[in-house]
Design a protein around this ligand. Sequence first.
Ligand SMILES: C[S@@+](CC[C@H](N)C(=O)[O-])C[C@H]1O[C@@H](n2cnc3c(N)ncnc32)[C@H](O)[C@@H]1O
Length: 255
Amino acid sequence: MPWDPAQYLRFGDERLRPALDLLARVPLKEATDIVDLGCGPGHITSILKSRWPTARVTGVDHSREMLKRAAADAPDLQWRQVDLAEWRADHPVDLIYANASLHWLDDHRSLFPRLIASLKPGGWLAVQMPCNFDRPSHQAAFEAAEEESWRARLAPLLRRRPVAEPEEYLRWLSPGAQRLDFWQTDYLHLLKGPDPVAAWTQGSLLVPLLQALAQEEKEAFLEAYRSRLRKAYPPDEAGRTPFWFRRFFLVAQAG
Ligand SMILES: C[S@@+](CC[C@H](N)C(=O)[O-])C[C@H]1O[C@@H](n2cnc3c(N)ncnc32)[C@H](O)[C@@H]1O
């Protein structure tokens, strides 16, 4: 799937904040092996390397474009092009870090126990996933995708509820974890420019939808989406668009 690092990084500062909030809750001191699942453009993978400079840090992603950008910026790190659904650790690792990536995968009931089982005893799993699926930013995309012209192609791609309730993760992780730390944060971003919420989701939520459309349909779909967003996210008097974005965080230590 062609992810566009430049589009994704248009909101790099806003997207970095939850990644750092997640990292701040990982109390790991020494590490030899760290994996960043769904590493994207790799800037957070480099931050992991700075925090644990002697560790072997590997970024994993299926997007060639993202990995190209990551390897250009940090050629000394390890980069692997793999579908996360197929990814398995070669050997137990100290930290699996996954910021804003695992909601793209299905079957969390088997995924999460498998991830915690890939850690060394006492190792850490740190995950952040968006929880904005019932907000206008996402609902408007689902509604636009249901329009007659492209419904047959787009409806099967919609991921309406890819993140389960926190209690489910508690149930799936508890057998393998000695410590669990869960929280949610709702960030109020103040975005600039025209149609900024659509520009934001164009770097993430919309990627598979736009990919399924012909070039001339993409603009029509985007306009159907943007017109809904303009009602839901009007700019304030200062020209900023307030955009609430809720995220779910989970840090688990393997038993
Ligand atoms: C929203 S970006 C997050 C990037 C990075 N973790 C960050 O926080 O900036 C999601 C990333 O997950 C990757 N991704 C999505 N589904 C994937 C899959 N099945 N296998 C591997 N990577 C996947 C995408 O290519 C993209 O780079």
